[in-house]
Write a protein that binds this ligand. Structure first.
Ligand code: HEM
Length: 554
């Protein structure tokens, strides 16, 4: 055929090129062999992006795993796993990074879903860092102060927790001001959720910054409302910057996908955190003077445990990297913002997740009065002087309280959504070839650079592991052995592996003490739990952000 005869066919040839390319990439993609959550999933990532944009990801994954098994394909470069063997054990215990390794200072390159959690204009922190090496350097700086043995024996933490519960939390419950009481004439009926938010924030920031420099949201109601308004209203604007950061930045020049006030809200929270850092820095200086023989006194509860440890370690790290700093002010500013970015993440991660869990614990206890009485019996069996709390180790060892907290974390994990990681360059095998529900189903090769995730909200619903998983049953954690061995492997509220929650012991500590204070003083019952269902998101508070309960003095 003469070449000129081909000219009329040119548009058709050009049009078919993208289709041929799509066909080629599909047939050469090993992910096409994995059961697909939707017919479009192996062909395009637009389907799962649309599901995320609609806020339907958790529900969609639940349905997909129920239909197609433990490993499902969500996109041409994405899979979800819902099993231990060939699933969380490989991905999380196996140390898959959050973003591809490499990049500037080994911080990772390519897409990193967590980069969005950087603060102060993208300064990374432990949680947001993509690559494993810089992450583990940072984690080593902090692991000791968040370890179980340190938390359970920390005088600053115990003293500040006691002060916060005895002088702020219980008095607030006794006479709650208007924003907490829907009808001021009935002060025993109150919205417990913001009070719990305030209590967890005050305890977490007291451990981080010391009581004198921390938040006092339980007593400063206006500040609490200001903070919660900023914090909660940003939630619905995560999609674009988190899933499509480059598009968001590119389009941002002429069309804002995220309203300006979200940036302003972030700025407000950042300045608030810097204020606490400055207070803590003053206390660290005073401690230094004291060590050098000065007169200064610092009360035990005012020691900024986390701030002190982190600022010292980061200062060493930064000065090591900048051997001859050209500008000392720049170095000081870098240290200040690096510390603040890290600690802002801790206070946000710490207050939000713990208060979600506590809201559900109170909801469940209020709808299960017999279990509430059983818990109160156990708590009241402790004897402690009226002016102090029972010792942390005693509280920690209470079996029924422990069961109530863990069963709530199982049924209502504060982070039920997918925790994305990236498969290593050499690829991996997911699933374990077995057919049972406990195994990973078929075994599949997954190449490097693929987004893979598991979700606590799905792992905790396996009926082979947790009998009647939709039921809240603290007793499944009791008995001689406690939860079954299999149950322990599938319990994933704090994640697992190197990127597991660093604050889990602090979280358990404060949740147990808050429940102790509440239930040794009051009985709770539900007045209005409309909207108590968890939203479909990574971190999932109640849809209504509130729980109205009645308190009755015991
Ligand atoms: C009930 C309370 C809590 C729950 C359910 C929870 C859950 C989790 C989970 C599932 C992760 C891993 C997330 C992922 O990789 O996508 C995580 C990480 C983290 N959590 Fe928590 N958390 C809680 C309380 C706290 C507290 C009190 C702190 C305060 C320090 C905290 C600080 C962190 C940090 C800094 C990370 C990142 C760890 C790393 O990158 O190595 N969390 N948390």
């Amino acid at each position: 055929m003469p070449t000129t005869d081909l000219i009329p066919m040119l548009p058709y040839i050009l049009l078919s090129l993208p289709l041929l390319h799509l066909l080629y990439t599909h047939t050469s993609n090993p992910l096409r062999l994995i059961p697909a959550a939707h017919p479009l999933a192996p062909w395009t990532s637009l389907w799962i992006a649309y599901i995320r944009w609609r806020g339907r990801e958790n529900a969609t994954l639940k349905d997909a795993h129920a239909r197609y098994g433990a490993v499902v394909c969500l996109g041409p470069r994405e899979v979800s796993v819902n099993c231990v063997v060939g699933g969380i054990r490989e991905v999380y215990a196996g140390g898959f990074a959050k973003g591809e390794e490499g990049g500037e200072e080994g911080r990772g390159e390519g897409f990193n879903w967590y980069a969005f959690f950087g603060n102060y204009g993208g300064i990374p922190n432990m949680f947001s860092t993509g690559a494993n090496k810089p992450h583990s350097t940072r984690k080593r700086m902090l692991s000791n102060i968040y370890s179980k043995s340190t938390i359970l024996s920390s005088p600053p933490l115990l003293t500040s927790t006691h002060r916060i519960l005895a002088t702020r939390f219980l008095p607030l419950l006794a006479t709650p001001p208007p924003p907490f009481t829907p009808t001021p004439s009935t002060p025993t009926i109150l919205n417990i959720t913001p009070i719990i938010n305030a209590a967890t924030m005050d305890i977490v920031t007291a451990y981080i910054f010391g009581l004198a420099s921390s938040s006092n949201l339980l007593q400063k109601t206006d500040e609490l409302m200001w903070f919660l308004d900023l914090y909660n209203s940003r939630r619905s604007f995560n999609f674009w910057p988190q899933e499509f950061p480059r598009v968001t930045a590119w389009v941002g020049g002429w069309w804002r996908l995220v309203p300006r006030w979200v940036d302003e809200a972030n700025g407000g929270i950042e300045r608030w955190t810097l204020g606490m850092c400055e207070g803590a820095a003053g206390v660290v200086e005073a401690l230094q003077e004291k060590r050098e023989g000065g007169e200064t006194t610092v009360e035990v509860q005012d020691v900024p445990v986390v701030y002190q440890q982190l600022s010292t370690s980061i200062a060493k790290d930064v000065s090591k990297k900048t051997a001859s700093p050209s500008n000392n002010d720049d170095v000081t500013e870098t240290i200040k913002l690096t510390v603040a970015s890290e600690l802002l993440d801790h206070l946000a991660a710490g207050f939000d997740t713990s208060s979600i869990t506590l809201t559900y614990a109170i909801h469940e206890l209020s709808t299960h009065p017999a279990i509430q009485s059983e818990l109160r019996r156990e708590l009241l069996s402790l004897t402690s002087p009226p002016s102090s709390l029972p010792p942390p180790k005693t509280i920690d060892a209470l079996p029924f309280l422990n069961a109530v907290v863990h069963e709530t974390l199982r049924l209502h994990p504060a982070i039920p959504g997918p925790q994305p990681r990236v498969t290593p360059p050499q690829g991996c095998k997911l699933g374990d070839g077995s057919s049972g529900v406990l195994g990973g189903g078929g075994e599949y090769y997954v190449p490097g650079g693929v987004r893979v995730s598991a979700s606590a909200g799905l792992l905790h619903m396996n009926e082979e592991v947790f009998e009647e998983p939709e039921e809240w049953r603290p007793e499944r954690w009791l008995g001689k052995e406690g939860l079954s061995k299999e149950g322990k492997r599938w319990f994933w509220a704090f994640g697992s592996g190197g990127r597991m929650c660093i604050g889990s012991h602090l979280a358990l500590y404060q949740m147990k003490y808050i429940l102790y204070s509440l239930y040794t003083t009051y009985a709770t019952s539900i007045v209005d739990d409309t909207g108590i269902e968890q939203i479909d998101a990574y971190t999932a508070p109640p849809a209504s952000d509130q729980l109205i309960i009645k308190l009755t003095k015991v």
